[in-house]
Design a protein around this ligand. Structure first.
Ligand code: NAD
Length: 373
């Protein structure tokens, strides 16, 4: 089987789908690895390292399997021949046009986002690996943007109180943000609508914020949160406003797959914050958890800085690529038969669950709904 890796072309994307260490492992398993020259450059991985690892340089779209990071552009889809297998982030629940174009091109596509989050597939969980990077970076952005220390300091010039930080949404990114901000010395508070995370929040040394809004547990299938009703959201926003007002910083990561990000921080809550406070809104790309967030920008309102970063994982391309490549390797290994040939077992829960298009159709139910919406 031939696996090829093109250079990412979407704006600001610095990650690469394969790193030399993984290229070497796959090469030793009868997988021929071909890399477009310069594909690893932005992640500080020169062509020579891939060549030393057994890969050759060539057409990144020529493989039986093509591994990418970002969703393919129309031009990139045009380079995929019929029957090619594509692996990457494909935004199956929100990007219907890409799914339609892939189906039309006869590409068999697998979305990293659609890999079932079961124990066996943990090594393929790219949502988690990249959210880990995002959560870490968000805490660093907060530290950088605040005009004050995060830790408590006792100095000859006086004592500094530690900063109070609230993390909204304690999934993979939120938990990593808690851990990172804690290491920097902040006092952490966190809230999530899934009550199962209370223990995880506490085990990281943060205080679980309990909101008296009559919400028991909003966990739905697959361990994800369900979308709250408009009335529940309203009560949540009002209750959160007072909590937010007492914080120096907020990192918000709340998300519901395939939906616009829930609005948790209204302008009134921002008004209640002390001048100089900072909000880092990791949900910026899907509409923002804060009413005032602008994706890709930093807004200052009521003397509060609201940072809306996009594609944070790409700002740390070296390790983000390393983790992503491991996810790709684990998925590719499921696709190779003993003789090294491509073998897709659609009875396999992971292969079946992650497949978006096949034989000219969109085969993933929710992706199909999104494409027809
Ligand atoms: P996500 O990015 O979809 O959402 C981030 C967080 O926002 C979640 O914790 C969610 O509960 C929370 N949220 C949603 N609406 C909210 C609201 N209105 N207010 C506050 N918080 C809100 O989630 P994720 O980080 O991708 O993962 C969520 C969960 O999936 C994990 O915590 C875990 O249970 C499960 N998971 C399982 C595996 C596995 O078993 N292999 C791996 C990773 C994640």
């Amino acid at each position: 089987m031939k696996l090829s890796v093109p250079k990412e072309t979407s704006e600001g994307e610095r990650r690469v789908a394969l790193v030399p260490e993984i290229a070497k492992k796959l090469s030793s398993q009868e997988v021929e690895v071909v890399l477009e020259s310069g594909a690893g450059e932005s992640a500080h991985l020169p062509d020579s390292q891939y060549e030393e690892a057994g890969a050759s340089l060539g057409d990144g779209f020529s493989g039986d399997v093509v591994a990418k990071v970002a969703p393919p552009s129309a031009e990139e889809i045009g380079k995929l021949s019929e029957g090619t297998v594509l692996i990457g982030f494909l935004e199956p629940l929100t990007n219907g046009e890409t799914a339609k174009a892939l189906a039309q091109a006869g590409v068999t596509s697998f979305a990293m986002e659609a890999i079932p989050r079961i124990t066996r597939a943990q090594a393929m969980d790219a949502l988690s690996s990249q959210a880990t990077v995002g959560g870490y970076r968000a805490a660093l952005i907060l530290a950088e943007e605040l005009g004050r220390f995060l830790p408590m300091l006792t100095t000859a010039a006086g004592t500094i109180k530690p900063a109070k930080v609230l993390v909204l949404g304690a999934g993979v990114a939120g938990l990593q943000a808690i851990a990172t901000a804690r290491r920097l010395g902040a006092v952490l508070h966190a809230f999530d609508v899934r009550s199962a995370v209370e223990e995880q929040i506490q085990s990281l040394g943060a205080k679980f914020v309990k909101l008296d809004i009559g919400l028991e547990n909003a966990e739905s299938e697959g361990g994800y949160a369900r979308e709250l009703t408009e009335e529940e959201q309203q009560r949540q926003r009002e209750a959160l406003a007072d909590v937010i007002g007492g914080m120096d910083g907020v990192i918000s990561t709340a998300a519901v797959p395939g939906r616009k990000a829930p609005l948790l921080i209204i302008e009134d809550a921002v008004k209640k914050m002390k001048p100089g406070s900072v909000i880092v809104d990791l949900a910026a790309e899907t509409g923002g958890n804060c009413e005032l967030t602008k994706a890709g920008e930093t807004v200052i309102a009521h003397d509060v800085k609201i940072v809306g970063p996009t594609n944070l994982a790409s700002t740390m391309p070296d390790h983000a690529s390393q983790l992503y490549a491991k996810n790709v390797q684990s998925l590719v290994e499921l696709m190779v038969g003993e003789d090294g040939a491509l073998k897709l077992d659609f009875e396999d829960e992971v292969i079946k669950g992650a497949c978006i298009t096949r034989d000219g159709d969109i085969v993933h139910e929710r992706a199909k709904e999104a494409a027809n919406a």
